[in-house]
Write a protein that binds this ligand. Structure first.
Ligand code: ZN
Ligand code: MN
Length: 133
């Protein structure tokens, strides 16, 4: 994982700082609603619109990542650099995977789709260790 800059050194507004802190301190990939609930405990007056707009800003400025699987709410990721995920099909647990995809796989996918490749993500779906017990 790349080293993270100290939140205080990023020149963010207080609200954005708190939201980034919530995302970094979570051991899960939180949804906007979950981030809102946690941010309210730190900044009681904060509105959902502020959280939503801050998430857009933090994503566009490269401080956080956003993951969506088409259905369901996006989840926000403290790790902004490219990485993959494993998703539990029973409990919804989502964990980071820092694995390197072989170039062969990437090139094959690009050829197969005839798309000009910008990025590729791998999602492993299955049962997490707790659910497969
Ligand atoms: Zn599970
Ligand atoms: Mn992640």
């Amino acid at each position: 994982m790349s080293s993270r800059e100290n939140i205080k050194d990023l020149g963010l507004t207080k609200q954005r700082e708190v939201i980034l802190q919530v995302i970094r301190e979570a051991d899960e990939h939180l949804t906007a609603n979950e981030i809102f609930d946690k941010a309210k405990q730190l900044l009681p007056g904060i509105s959902f619109a502020t959280v939503y707009n801050s998430l857009r800003f933090l994503k566009e400025s490269g401080h956080i990542g956003e993951i969506s699987f088409g259905n369901g709410a996006s989840r926000f990721d403290a790790m902004a650099s490219r990485h993959d995920h494993a998703l539990c099909t029973k409990c919804g647990k989502l964990v980071d995977m820092e694995i390197e995809l072989p170039n062969e796989v990437i090139n094959f996918a690009a050829q197969f789709s005839k798309f000009k490749l910008e990025s590729i993500e791998l999602t492993l779906r299955g049962l997490c260790p707790e659910c497969s017990k």
